[in-house]
Design a protein around this ligand. Sequence first.
Ligand code: PHE
Length: 344
Amino acid sequence: MTTTVTDLAALESRAAGELAACADEPALRAWNTRYFGKTGEMAAALKAVGSVEPAQRKAYGQEANRVKEALTAAYDAALAARQEADLLKSLAEDKLDVTLPGRSPQPGRLHLVTQTLREIYAIFADLGFQVFRSREVESDELNFGQLNMPPHHPARDMWDTFHTTTPGVLLRTHTSPGQIHVMRQACPDPVRAILPGMCYRFEQITTRSEMQFVQVEGLAVGPGITMTDLKGTIQAFARRLFGQERQIRIRSSYFPFTEPSIEVDVDWPADDPNRDRLTKGTGWLEIMGAGMVHPTVLRNGGYDPAKVSGFAFGMGPQRIAMLRHAIDDIRLFWGNDLRFLSQF
Ligand code: PHE
């Protein structure tokens, strides 16, 4: 079969007629595929140049290109006009129904521990303490040795922990090694810092203890700091956190890195129905361990214990959160159960 210029004329008028009859954008796009797709009629007509009689080949080629360009231009114009008309139509006809209820966003929230920590930061910021971050993977030397617990010190048993495969490197058992870091960085200037963070102990896991938990350490070092300052600081903190009427009670205790060492209780409101349960019937609730920084620890931090003194304390924000919200199982904190977490 031979192909001629007349075939092109027939193709052009048929294509133009069908284009004009396209009622919407999908029809236009289908037309475009039909004529200009890879196997479309226009592509075939262009390829057919090979089967044209040699004498007419040049004229055929020129005409084929002209038809191709004319149809392409017509299609582009028709598509643009259609889209413009559709837009105007939808602007005129589609109305926004402002009475439909909105879709409420589901924002996340801060973990209860983060919320509690932030409250603690705010209180201590007002008291002039800055937040100092220190490492969770710690050396045996800083976790124990520099805190006055040489290798065979029996007090190490209180903090059985996780050792890494690198000798002398462990997961810290408390935030107290941060005391050494902050002192070495600040010395010889005074220090007023709190050190929050995760701690790890090889514990029997129960409703009251887990093998990972958060602590907030506090440290103040400077000339003339006394136990009175420690007491005043804890009192101010307890009143801000638990209420203006709170009293504190101090009991003597033992930590290798403080001397003297104390434990601090806060009294609990007599009219709180949870009082007996929370305080085991005593009316007092333990909130932290604390004491005056041991002279050896001050020296390890770079200070001269003849010139400066200091106090330190360590508390558990999860316990504080448990008390305030009557949470009866510490494992809920890291259990990742949204039914628990989304309550706070
Ligand atoms: N590091 C102690 C603990 O984990 C708490 C503490 C901190 C005690 C600072 C005294 C001073 O039990």
